[in-house]
Design a protein around this ligand. Sequence first.
Ligand code: SF4
Length: 319
Amino acid sequence: MLKLNQVSAQYNMLNGYVKAVDKVDFEVRRNEIFGIAGESGCGKSTLLKVMYDLIQYPLEIASGSVEVHTSDRKGTPAIYRNGEIHKSWWKDISYVPQGAMHVMNPVTRVKNQFFDTISKFHGVKNKRTLEHEITAYLKELELPPEVLKAYPHQLSGGMRQRVLIALATFLHPSIVLADEPTTALDVVVQRGILTMLSQVQKKLMNSMVIVSHDMGVHYQITNRMGIMYAGQMIEIGPTDRIFNEPKHPYTQMLINALPRIGDNSQKEGIPGTPPSLKNPPAGCRFAARCPHAMEVCRIVEPERVNVGEGHYASCHLLN
Ligand code: SF4
């Protein structure tokens, strides 16, 4: 459904380039939830913008391509590439941005936000018919139709997030991209949002990409996932394999740092900080923090190695 071919993206700043995404290569399959994990500043959200073709200065694509594979109204296969993916926004690919509080227009009722978005991208429909369709869809998602009359500030954080998910999936897109959909929500509301996303995906049988720094989110909801570090995707595979058999030292340290019920051992964080993406180091970008770093790691960039069953990692230890 979605294919990234060696994509690199950068921010063109006054004093140089920040290379936020480096040669990222993977695909998202039909009828799956794909997770992207990594610590803050590793390039996850930039990657999502690149997938959505939301390229605005100072962000630019340096190399590679993104493809959205879909079909037209007659069922004929169609491919949108970066630079034209915006033509398929909302209908074929949609986006749930980070921060439900800030992305909705504070002076417009929810109903009009639906009307504006849908008519902007897909032509004006009869408003009464459209309102009936929106109300029916909200009911399907177990949202009260009264939210349509509300202004964003009258809704709780969880309800705003649900409304955004409903808006993003109203036209039944083949691909939904969600950026940190549970951030800043308490754990009970988080669970409700994850359940909703999972139910919507099952109902539409589409593809979803969830970006989150929270490994618990990936464990609960994703089928496959990729781990990003300093702009690169250093490990990718089925979620259960990533959690049970992580191969890259960074992923192993991430998983070991997670709390587990019944485990009272002292958890250790990952020492050090990621490198600057303005001038990333040669070789493996994790070398300065890796307990297994060898001489070769500081000179030669590790290649991606197949470690079994659709599971890949980039580390010299695996060669
Ligand atoms: Fe560590 Fe070397 Fe593997 Fe990088 S390539 S993760 S530095 S062992």
